[in-house]
Design a protein around this ligand. Structure first.
Ligand code: CDP
Length: 807
């Protein structure tokens, strides 16, 4: 190794660029209580808003008497739909092309729906006043089952749409129907299924769950009536989109609206949409001329803000006797709740569910999704998954296991026989996606070897024999999942939200002293963007990451972008960051050539400097070039060192992974113990391995929550029976096992640094691996599929139904 190489290595290390386990710079603030969350905001004269919410799942609002509430000292206003009507703000557009009542307009359609907005001096007076608002309801029967919603005699839920025969996504075939979305080859799939040697069918429900971010949703709206400026600080995952929507709804010019997302305590899709609380706070601030804060409590967040999943899937998978899949068909009944407020790109009302052929080379497939209204809260968001990808992945990964049972084959072997081969990439899926890159067999083999899969299956055989002899009361289950994610929406030609193309952006300013500020159109909610995006730039610019500040979330300073959800930050804004960095470097090269009196082409890049080819001692560092950019640029060149990139990705990125989970199920208590969970992720180029591991740990913990316990359970009247965290499962360190992480690296060919997203992957792969493991524990007893969540009670009931429990 030459001295020159060593010094290059030392300089590379100093940058803390790509691939470094750089500690999170955010945590210096967070661990010292210096975070700045919405409820920390205290502005002079600020009032507090609180909602009167419906106790019923379905009811007619006969009257609202607000006199007693208005008379309470400290109460400044009580708003109802009648007050919003003159402003035409009693209904608002949703992200899915539907409309949603801001405050109940004659009817309530889900328990917890916003009926009136009380504004008072503080949170406590507001809460007292909420109790004093008298609402007379006429209780109506609720529809909580989407199948019942679609019955011919079902009552009309949405009076406002009763006569509309088509909606934002085409024809409606019933008064509670929203859309039918279809993709694939219907006739070809039917033929392949009819001709198949083996067909496995199953009904698979992915239950309704809630993202449950640590911080609930909220905002502070402040209208400066003198200057006509509106500022809203809020828990927004897409601040620029909120600004555009706020302008369209309010008529306030967009340049006079400033939306700021300060620190956000977890988003998980819950903070993408627009909620009535935002609109009511803005209206109240405009009316009262002072700032108005609205912050949900925990139960409101659980009951009324966006849910996830609620997909009822019917699958058919056809194969040869040897286990080669020949076709896949899926029909989904999607429960969207009272208003269609799903957060999906416009052309995809079922999100990217058509990724449901998964990681397998399936020649023909057909999918239909029917969206349906029920008396439940609206939502349908990308909770730790790109739009509906976890539903798709769960569906195919359960179907593969169901098929394996039918064939009498090992589930890992069925996967191996059908995985898309490395040489098939870029791979065109039967449902229209072009997978960018993958090396699936290598990943599967690495995972199976790492856990000693063959030995585990031997152990399981012995366990089953011991159980049959009555010598064991726990059944061992092994769950394998292999997933392909699809993250990084755009491209613009395919993906928009409310007409806004899904690109993203980065603007960089390099100051004379070589320090840098980079502003992005995304917004971190705990993912560590300030740490990792600085690492991308450190490698691109040759400037140490510690000299690079990353700022997001303020529409007055950040370039326009579509925000952070569905793991789109790295694939889109991360790419914009690298591209903007390259523009800076290109300009710096011209300045270096000028200073060194050589042609641009005679220079080569060396970690943090340009040097003259063949004369390494002649060089200019980026720090020197930054200063020169402000006093000695080539003739005709503008001074300064700044760049901006608006990046429209050519394709999504397709991260993938192989997970294996081993559980021991106690048939007497129904308790599932996770003995081992191994997660191999491939997210292309790894920016910060430590942050990736943290993302995987978090996503797996949320997968555990969903697979083993979470469900928003409604009774037949539309009451949410587990509306608090006493009843709704949120795992703590006690329930969470030690996660084993591993990786392979298959760069994305179209991303400037080869990176794919990772944040959502562990949830997408994790839920299937856990559910497959629990189902596998009972598989030898003739059971092919049990529904999630696999909580203790349900698992015990399964054991009981199989006659395994003590009588
Ligand atoms: O959009 P979101 O930030 O939720 O998801 P992401 O793009 O998957 O990124 C999550 C975090 O992991 C960010 O801090 C990324 O920079 C980091 N990451 C990484 O270090 N390497 C990758 N290949 C992908 C993400």
């Amino acid at each position: 190794m030459t001295t020159e190489t060593e010094s290059s290595q030392a300089r590379t290390q100093k940058l803390e660029g790509l691939g470094t386990r750089r500690k999170r710079v955010e945590d210096v603030r967070f661990t010292q209580g210096k975070g700045n969350y919405i409820d920390d905001f205290k502005l002079p004269g600020m009032l507090f808003g609180d909602f009167v919410r419906s106790p019923y799942g379905h009811a007619r609002v006969k009257s609202i008497d607000k006199k007693a509430a208005q008379a309470l000292p400290g109460v400044k206003a009580v708003l109802t739909a009648e007050d919003l009507k003159p402003l035409k703000l009693h209904w608002m557009p949703t992200l899915a092309g539907d409309v949603q009542a801001v405050l109940a307009d004659e009817k309530v359609l889900f328990q917890g729906q916003e009926v009136a907005f009380v504004v008072a001096e503080d949170r406590y007076v507001a809460a007292d006043a909420v109790d004093l608002v008298e609402v007379e309801y006429e209780h109506l029967p609720a529809l909580v089952d989407p199948n019942q919603s679609m019955a011919a005699a079902a009552s009309v839920l949405r009076d406002d749409l009763q006569d509309k025969t088509s909606g934002a996504h085409g024809p409606r075939k019933h008064h509670n129907h929203i859309f039918t979305w279809e993709v694939g080859d219907a006739a070809g799939t039917s033929r392949a299924i009819s001709d198949a040697q083996v067909v496995a069918t199953e009904s698979i429900v992915y239950q309704r769950v809630h993202p449950c971010p640590l911080e609930t949703c909220g905002c502070v709206a402040s209208m400066d009536k003198v200057n006509g400026h509106l500022t809203v600080w809020g828990t927004f995952q897409a601040p620029h989109a909120v600004r555009t929507v706020a302008s369209l709804i309010s008529g306030i010019p967009e340049h006079k609206i400033r939306i700021v997302s300060p620190d956000i305590g977890g988003g998980f899709g819950n903070k993408v949409g627009v909620y009535p609380g935002y609109i009511c706070s803005i209206v109240a601030s405009i009316v009262l001329g002072v700032p108005v804060k609205w912050v949900e409590d925990r139960m409101e967040n659980l009951q009324a803000t966006a849910f996830a999943r609620d997909y009822n899937m019917r699958g058919e998978i056809a194969a040869t006797q040897e286990g080669r899949i020949t076709a896949l068909r899926c029909h989904v009944l999607a429960d969207h709740g009272a208003f269609d407020a799903c957060a999906d790109p416009t052309k995809y009302p079922a999100g990217f569910f058509s990724i449901c052929t998964g990681s397998y080379d399936i020649p023909v497939a057909h999918v239909t999704v029917e969206g349906v209204y029920t008396n439940k809260a609206p939502g349908g968001v990308a909770y730790r998954c790109s739009f509906r990808v976890t539903e798709a992945s769960y569906f195919i990964e359960r179907m593969i296991d169901v098929l394996a049972r039918k064939l009498g084959m090992d589930p890992a072997e069925v996967r191996r026989r059908n995985l898309i081969r490395k040489e098939q990439f870029p791979y065109q899926s039967a449902l229209g996606w072009e997978y960018d890159s993958g090396d699936y067999l290598t990943a599967l083999d690495k995972a199976l070897n790492a856990v000693g899969y063959t030995a585990l299956r031997d152990e399981q055989r012995h366990n089953r024999e011991a159980f049959a002899r009555g010598e064991a009361r726990k059944l061992m289950g092994i769950g394998v999942s292999f997933f392909t994610e699809i993250v990084g929406a755009g491209p613009i030609k395919n993906c928009d939200i409310l007409g806004l193309g899904m690109f993203d952006s980065c603007e960089i300013r390099v100051h004379p002293t070589g320090s840098v500020i980079a502003r992005l159109g995304t917004i971190s909610q705990g993912q560590g963007h300030a740490t990792t995006f600085a690492q991308i730039l450190a490698s691109e610019l040759g400037i140490p990451a510690e000299k690079i500040t990353v700022e997001e979330g303020d529409t007055d300073t950040a370039p326009y972008g579509l925000g952070t959800y569905g793991s789109r930050s790295t694939p889109v804004a991360g790419a914009a960051t690298a591209m903007a960095g390259r523009k800076i470097r290109a300009k710096a090269q011209m300045i270096a050539a000028h200073l060194l009196e050589v042609h641009d082409d005679d220079l080569e890049w060396d970690v943090d400097r340009f040097r003259v080819k063949g004369v390494p001692e002649l060089s200019k560092t980026m720090t020197e070039l930054a200063f020169a950019a402000y006093n000695n640029v080539p003739p005709g060149m503008e001074p300064g060192l700044e760049a901006v990139s608006y990046y429209d990705p050519p394709n999504m990125t397709y991260p993938f992974g192989a997970y294996v989970c081993v559980v021991d199920v106690d048939v007497d208590s129904g308790v599932t113990e996770i003995r081992r969970f191994y997660a191999l992720d491939d997210c292309g180029t790894r920016i910060n391995p430590m942050i990736i591991e943290g993302q995987v740990h978090g996503g797996l913990t949320e997968a555990l929550a969903i697979a083993l316990g979470q469900e928003m359970a409604y009774d037949e009247s539309g009451n949410l029976t587990n509306a608090s965290l006493l009843d709704f499962f949120l795992p703590t360190a006690v329930e969470t096992p030690s996660w084993e992480t591993d990786f392979t690296v298959t760069p994305s060919p179209h991303h400037p640094i080869g990176a794919k997203g990772v944040g959502e992957s562990p949830n997408v792969g994790g839920v299937s691996a856990l559910s497959n493991a629990v189902n596998d524990a009972f598989a030898h007893l003739g059971l092919t599929h049990t529904q999630m969540p696999h909580d203790h009670w349900r698992v015990w009931k399964t054991a009981q139904s199989l006659g395994l429990t003590i009588a």
